[in-house]
Design a binder for this molecule. Structure first.
Ligand SMILES: [Fe+2]
Length: 372
């Protein structure tokens, strides 16, 4: 990589191509929005050797909202210290053109701005993030003390990174939207029964605690999360009188209730989710000892997702109030879970969950908002 005299090194063409491919692969390795933002900022700072940087995305009102930063905190951005940079943000959004200044203090466009002199801001770059020809946000970097840090080729590189970032951010945003819609659907079904309010989010956070304890991959965790949201979707086909009955169900009612597992699988069959999610929705009421439904599967013939949901579901049923009984005290629920390990529940999953709750990790709230 040839080095320019005193600025940021500019990679040679073949290196540049390799670097961009690597950055693209890196950005697209996650669908988790905060993680993607972090990756983008890490790469921007690393590749451009910038002192500070931040990423803005437009919210629903079209206003720029900072979603990630390096070298500056939120208070700096909200105070006068950042007012100069804020005007640059506005300019990039309005014109959709990148900005480069290798010495802002001597640059006629910026030198009259008091903050430039006050904070010695010298090197600045800002490029728009465009997706499908729409402005979605921008990346800003600066160096307060050194002039000549950024050159035309660095601006091109930042532009190329912004193109890669736009695709990865959009993917994460769409994935998040899918999750939000699924959660709305799950909550709508749950709303039919006020005693199970919050059940979906709680079961999801218990599942994720188990998944982390079992060192599952981020892809597995992503699918498990969707599966936990959808596991009871088949309850939409269960009559309200059965779903909301406070007492014990008779045989006929039980049969109707038990159909929800198959019904759930049937409902998700046409949608584009991995097969293991569909299978686990069907299997989430199976038991480790083979006495569950609908297929009487046992042990590891039941998908791990379904075995995890089963533990999470059982824990939530025991630790939340029901119309016919109060929530069990925590220790009683722990003992009960242990008692059911090896019969109803997968013992390894139970142990993983108990380790997680010992550290209080089961109550991490589930967030699906991008915070824009
Ligand atoms: Fe269920």
């Amino acid at each position: 990589m040839p080095d320019t005299d005193n600025g940021t090194p500019a990679p040679a063409d073949s290196n540049l191509l390799r670097l961009l491919l690597e950055i693209g692969r890196f950005f697209n390795s996650s669908l988790d929005f905060p993680e993607v933002v972090k990756m983008v900022m890490d790469k921007v700072i690393e590749v451009l050797k910038a002192e500070r940087g931040c990423l803005f995305l437009l919210n629903e009102q079209g206003e720029p909202k900072m979603v990630g930063a390096r070298g500056m905190d939120k208070t700096v951005i909200e105070t006068e210290d950042f007012s100069f940079s804020r005007s640059i943000v506005r300019q990039v959004i309005d014109t959709r053109e990148p900005i480069l200044s290798s010495n802002a203090m001597a640059d006629g466009r910026f030198s009259s701005i008091q903050t430039v002199a006050m904070h010695n801001i010298r090197s600045i770059m800002a490029v728009p993030i465009l997706f499908h020809d729409q402005i979605r946000g921008l990346v800003y970097v600066d160096n307060r003390l050194r002039a000549g840090i950024f050159r035309e080729e660095n601006l091109e590189l930042l532009n190329a990174i912004a193109v890669q970032a736009a695709g990865a951010i959009e993917n994460a945003r769409l994935y998040n939207m899918k999750k939000e819609i699924i959660l709305v659907l799950a909550n709508a079904i749950e709303a039919k029964d006020e005693y199970t309010r919050g059940h979906v989010e709680r079961v999801c956070s218990f599942c994720l605690a188990i998944a982390r304890e079992l060192n599952m991959t981020s892809e597995d965790i992503r699918d498990l999360e969707v599966c936990s949201f959808l596991h009871d979707v088949g309850k939409i086909g269960v009559p309200d009188a059965v779903l909301q009955k406070p007492g014990k169900l008779d045989n006929d009612e039980r049969e109707k209730m038990e159909r929800h597992a198959e019904m759930g699988e049937h409902l998700v069959k046409p949608i584009d989710v991995p097969l293991r999610i569909k299978q686990s929705i069907r299997q989430h009421q199976e038991r480790w000892d083979g006495k569950g439904y609908p297929d009487g599967l046992a042990g590891e013939a039941i998908h791990l997702f379904a075995r995890i949901i089963s533990v999470a579901d059982t824990w939530d049923a025991m630790t939340s109030d029901r119309p016919y009984r109060k929530a069990l005290p925590r220790q009683v629920a722990v003992d009960e879970l242990r008692k059911n390990a090896g019969t109803q529940l997968d013992p390894l999953v139970v142990e993983a969950f108990l380790r997680a709750i010992e550290r209080g990790e089961e109550s991490v709230p589930v967030t699906v908002s991008l915070g824009l």
